[in-house]
Design a protein around this ligand. Structure first.
Ligand code: ADP
Ligand code: MG
Length: 262
């Protein structure tokens, strides 16, 4: 099993869309995939149309004393080989409680250990805040994928995220390879083109050398959770991005950390 954290400390950069498209791509190419919704806003859970009343069982149950396992919490989706653990609103309260409860930072890692043989990939859709949930995901991940909107402001969010990843890497004493996925790219705007150039210049091999374009068909997340394959430029781009990520699997072909300090 390989665990990928899809994270960025900035909201609205395409984390949930990326999690969904990559998970879907993995499941439809013969992998057993588990998606974890770790964001209290639950966009991913809503995209799968999981009823919210009463709140579903889900990722919050990994942090209370219910002794739930990921296998018990996983639900089937319309996409064969893709399962989901839903987000619950109670996740929002965790961030406040977390710091005072020792051991809670590793809860997710322990839960993942129990399903190592059952899934090929676990993708974690992270909240946009640096708190207990993100730290759990980064501590447990084999790699970090950072969707980054191709606009000048979003580049600040990226450097914050990479700094956080370094911090977690130091404390867990295991490399946390990271790759950047440029998203929401509008090639008609100067700032879009400049931001993409800057990303590639600054982070080199760690950036997917293309970008997911703006595509209104990606706006309808629910259409990405149905059995029939979605189409469009955005979905195609994610297909290519996934291929690239898989040929840059950290255990096979790690990338350099060049120009990080720039
Ligand atoms: N490539 C894209 N083209 C057009 N809209 C997009 C694209 N990627 C994401 N979106 C839309 O932008 C918004 C933010 O994306 P989302 O994946 O929810 O970001 P995050 O999870 O980082 O908050 C959503 O409404 C989503 O449907
Ligand atoms: Mg999201």
């Amino acid at each position: 099993m390989r665990a990928w954290a899809i994270a960025n400390q900035k909201g609205g950069v395409g984390k949930t869309t990326t999690s969904l498209c990559l998970a879907r791509g993995l499941a439809t190419t013969g992998h057993r995939v588990l998606l974890l919704d770790l964001d209290p806003h639950a966009s991913l859970t809503r995209a799968f149309e999981v009823p919210s009343d009463p709140p579903p069982a889900g990722t919050h149950d990994l942090f209370n004393n219910s002794n739930s396992t990921l296998l018990e919490l996983a639900r089937y989706t319309q996409i064969p080989d893709l399962q989901l653990v839903a987000a619950q609103p109670a996740l929002a309260t965790l961030e406040r409680r977390g710091a005072s409860q020792p051991g809670l930072g590793l809860a997710l890692g322990r839960a993942l250990h129990g399903v190592r043989e059952l899934y090929d990939y676990v993708l974690m859709d992270c909240p946009p805040t640096l708190g207990l949930l993100m730290v759990n995901a980064l501590a447990a991940a084999d790699r970090l994928v950072v969707p980054t909107q191709t606009d000048p402001l979003a580049l600040h969010g990226l450097s914050d995220m990479l700094r956080t990843a370094e911090m977690v890497e130091r404390s867990r004493r295991r490399p946390l390879p990271r790759h950047v996925l440029p998203t929401l790219f509008d090639r008609r705007t100067r700032s879009g083109v400049q931001s993409l150039d800057l990303l590639q210049d600054r982070y080199g091999d760690r950036v997917w050398p293309h970008a997911v374009p703006m595509d209104t068909r990606l706006r309808d997340a629910a259409s990405l959770t149905r059995a029939e394959p979605p189409d469009g430029r955005g979905v195609d781009a994610y297909r290519r991005a996934l291929k690239w990520l898989m040929t840059h699997e950290p255990d096979g072909n790690d990338v350099t950390h060049k120009r990080e300090a720039a």
